[in-house]
Design a protein around this ligand. Structure first.
Ligand SMILES: [Zn+2]
Length: 226
């Protein structure tokens, strides 16, 4: 009954406020089929990280549609835009992983989302990057990826990295703020670290360092936008 009421309500809501394309305003889906190919890819001019961690992103964060979409997913938990982003990342992952130079062996890859601090997750009610890992795992029929929630945890809150200008300050902020809850699941595994947006890369580097210390074999990071 609750589900029925919920469905009726959301249909009614859709009639009042139909979903419109973020780019062209056409009614239908959150990003229409015509606009999707026009979302600009992430700039490819990244240099190798000081830590040696490879980081790949799908879309260019400077694009207004990409920014708006990320915001809806990250703060409102919108699944329609998440599904579009996740599909694009999944396609890129398959392409990259098909390249044998990337990883050795055929063992499945462990998906590890960047965690939120406990209180932040409680306030928001969800972690957008965990949602991404769930969608990727459900898209993955071939069994290339394993997702076990809460392998990586945040041990303390940190300042938003974007508020800290200097690299040294950012590194201090993120230092030792992660821990691995089940090291036995990480040891010897190839890991795909996930985050929504990659700006400075220090958060991803901090997480990668913790995972390597717990015995991870190779770590590679992917984000939706940069
Ligand atoms: Zn459109």
């Amino acid at each position: 009954m609750g589900y029925f009421i919920h469905t009726m309500f959301s249909r009614f809501f859709d009639l009042l406020f139909p979903t419109k394309c973020l780019r062209c305003n056409e009614e239908g889906s959150i990003v229409c089929d015509e606009c999707f190919p026009e979302l600009p890819p992430a700039p490819q001019n990244w240099s190798r990280r000081p830590s040696g961690l490879p980081i790949e992103a799908v879309f260019d964060y400077r694009d207004p549609t990409v920014r708006r979409g990320i915001w809806l997913w990250k703060y409102k938990g919108r699944r329609d835009i998440l599904n579009i982003f996740a599909r694009a990342l999944y396609d890129q992952l398959l392409q990259d992983l098909g390249d044998q130079a990337l990883f050795s062996g055929n063992a499945p890859f462990l998906l590890v989302p960047i965690p939120l601090a406990f209180w932040r997750r409680r306030m928001r009610g969800f972690n957008q990057t965990e949602m991404l890992a769930q969608v990727l795992a459900s898209l993955d029929n071939g069994g290339s990826f394993i997702y076990t929630p809460e392998i990586l945890k945040k041990t303390r809150g940190t300042e938003p990295q974007t508020s800290l200008m200097e690299r040294a300050a950012r590194l201090r902020n993120i230092k030792d703020c992660f821990c691995v809850t089940k090291p036995e699941l990480v040891t010897g595994k190839n890991i795909i670290l996930l985050d929504d947006v990659y700006t400075t890369g220090t958060t991803l580097e901090g997480a990668a360092k913790t995972l390597r210390a717990a015995g991870a074999k190779k770590v590679r990071a992917y984000t939706i936008a940069h």
